[in-house]
Design a binder for this molecule. Structure first.
Ligand code: 5GP
Ligand code: ZN
Length: 114
C-alpha cells in the first residue's frame, strides 16, 4: 500500500466505494466523475504506478487482468452494446491518479478517440 494513494485506500476499504466486481487481484468500482452512463475503474489491489510499470504486477494478476475487465463489463451490462477500455499512462495521456487503472466506459455510443 502506497502512502497517500487514493486507490490503495479504496482497495483496502478505507475509502468507501461500491465494488461492482472483485477477485483476489482486482477490484472494480464506479468513477467519481462518470463520463458515460457506465464508467467503472478496474484497479489492482497492489500498488503499481501505471501501465508503464506493468512488469511490477504479480504475474498471476497480469494473467487474469483481461478476463477480469471483460467480466466487469459483462456484470455492468455493457458487453452486448459495446464498451471502451482506457489506461491513461503518464502526462501526455493526462493520468491523474498514480495507481494503475483501466477505465471501462459504455452505455452510450461513444465518440472518437483523441
Ligand atoms: P486518470 O486521468 O488518472 O486516468 O483518471 C483518474 C480517474 O479517477 C478520474 O476519472 C477520476 O474521476 C477518478 N477518481 C479520482 N479520485 C477518485 C475517488 O476517490 N473515487 C473514485 N471512485 N474515482 C476517483
Ligand atoms: Zn496505490
Amino acid at each position: 500500500m502506497a502512502e497517500d494513494c487514493i486507490f490503495c485506500r479504496i482497495a483496502a476499504g478505507e475509502v468507501p466505494a461500491e465494488f461492482v466486481n472483485e477477485d483476489e487481484h482486482f477490484v472494480a468500482f464506479p468513477d467519481l466523475h462518470p463520463q458515460a452512463p457506465v464508467h467503472l475503474l478496474v484497479i489492482p489491489r497492489t500498488h503499481v504506478a501505471s501501465l508503464d510499470e506493468a512488469e511490477a504486477l504479480d504475474p498471476a494478476a497480469s494473467a487474469g487482468a483481461l478476463a477480469f475487465i471483460a467480466a466487469t463489463a459483462r456484470a455492468a451490462g455493457v458487453a452486448k452494446g459495446g464498451y471502451r477500455v482506457v489506461a491513461n499512462t503518464g502526462p501526455d495521456a493526462g493520468q491523474e491518479v498514480g495507481h494503475l487503472h483501466w477505465h471501462v466506459i459504455g452505455g452510450k455510443r461513444l465518440g472518437g478517440m483523441a
